[in-house]
Design a protein around this ligand. Structure first.
Ligand code: AHG
Ligand code: MN
Ligand code: MN
Length: 335
């Protein structure tokens, strides 16, 4: 039988053996990935449900069919609450901190976006799950919001699963970024993209141009700059926008360039744009820096922002180091 290659748990255990300070993440990730495989199966079936014309309200067995993101949230929350590895969780779908089951409190916290890009589910476009893991910092067994509200720089692990033409896991424990592809025939994530490095500069920009009229002046000036013709600086950049952060970031990680969700005037309740710090911007920023790239809110590194709330939104400029440096200069009005 041919060598299996490096499965994700073998990769985690090997990393831990070489970097004992990484702690014991194999248990957390093993449980999380078991759930990811179930979500991957459900995501793939969602299309079938559409074909079978299920109302999406009550299925043929008379069960309440939950929306896929509620389903993903429930299965992750339940699995990780009883895992014995996490003490408290934050989910995009739940207002307050989610405690571990009594007697199952562990030494890590987990923040997650159970299903990112859910508006794309019914058009069969890539969606994903994003996760961010910190160590517990408070005394006592139970975790609290204080354990969750740590700056992104103190993450011990972050990553995402992207459900697309194949299901891929991309993660980092602080020792580089590595990609694994799910082999459904054996249910294993196999190393397919070791040591991913983001190009220093790209030629793709990714933003929802439909918001152009709501952007601040400096954002408009930066995007207009990217569209000017100057072969020496690879301009005009190409525009690619999928509308799922996981998919747009995955392309940026592999090909370089910049993804941005700027602050805008569109919704007075969301002056800092749409994306959330804890379970979208911070985990992606951790991966970007580990891959040699950068992530900024336009003023400072995303990883240096001390979260004030579980669902705090931040503007996000993430991608190739030189592109983010330049975007920041425009947004700060320095050019
Ligand atoms: P979610 O489905 O978890 O709410 O996230 C959707 C986010 C993110 O995936 C994507 O980058 C962004 O919404 C797209 O927003 P617009 O449709 O406003 O461009
Ligand atoms: Mn999301
Ligand atoms: Mn979501």
């Amino acid at each position: 039988m041919e060598a299996l290659g490096s499965t994700i748990i073998r990769h985690v255990v090997t990393t831990q053996r070489r970097q004992p300070e990484a702690g014991d993440l194999s248990g957390v990730l093993n449980d999380l990935l078991a759930v990811a495989k179930v979500i991957s199966r459900e995501v793939n079936k969602a299309g079938l449900a559409g074909i079978l014309g299920l109302t999406g309200e009550v299925n043929v067995q008379g069960e309440e069919v939950q929306k896929l993101d509620e389903y993903a949230n429930d299965i992750i929350s339940k699995q990780m609450a009883t895992s014995g590895y996490v003490c408290v969780m934050a989910s995009e779908e739940v207002d307050d901190p989610i405690p571990a089951a009594p007697g199952c409190e562990g030494e890590y916290t987990l923040a997650f976006d159970p299903l990112d890009g859910s508006s794309n589910i019914d058009v069969n476009v890539n969606i994903g799950t994003i996760f961010s893991i910190h160590r517990k910092i408070t005394q006592g067994k139970a975790g609290s919001a204080e354990d969750l509200l740590q700056p992104g720089r103190t993450q011990v692990c972050a990553g995402y699963i992207v459900y697309g033409s194949s299901t891929m896991l991309v993660y980092s424990m602080g020792y580089g970024v590595h990609g694994f592809t799910l082999d459904p025939s054996i249910g294993e994530f196999i190393l397919s993209h070791p040591n991913i490095k983001m190009p220093a500069k790209g030629k793709i920009y990714s933003v929802n141009e439909g918001n152009h009229n709501y952007w601040h002046e400096n954002t408009k000036r930066y995007v207009d700059y990217l569209k000017e013709s100057d072969p020496e600086t690879k301009r005009p950049y190409s525009l690619r926008y999928i509308g799922s952060l996981v998919a747009d970031f995955h392309r940026t990680l592999l090909k370089g360039g910049i993804f941005m969700y700027p602050r805008d005037y569109k919704d007075p309740h969301k002056p800092k744009g749409k994306l959330r710090l804890l379970y979208e911007a911070a985990p992606m920023a951790f991966l970007a820096e580990q891959a040699g790239g950068r992530a900024s809110d336009g003023e400072q590194d995303i990883l240096d922002i001390a979260p004030a709330g579980l669902h705090q939104r931040v503007p996000l400029y993430i991608g190739s180091r030189e592109d983010i440096d330049q975007a920041e200069k425009f947004i700060k009005g320095e050019v």
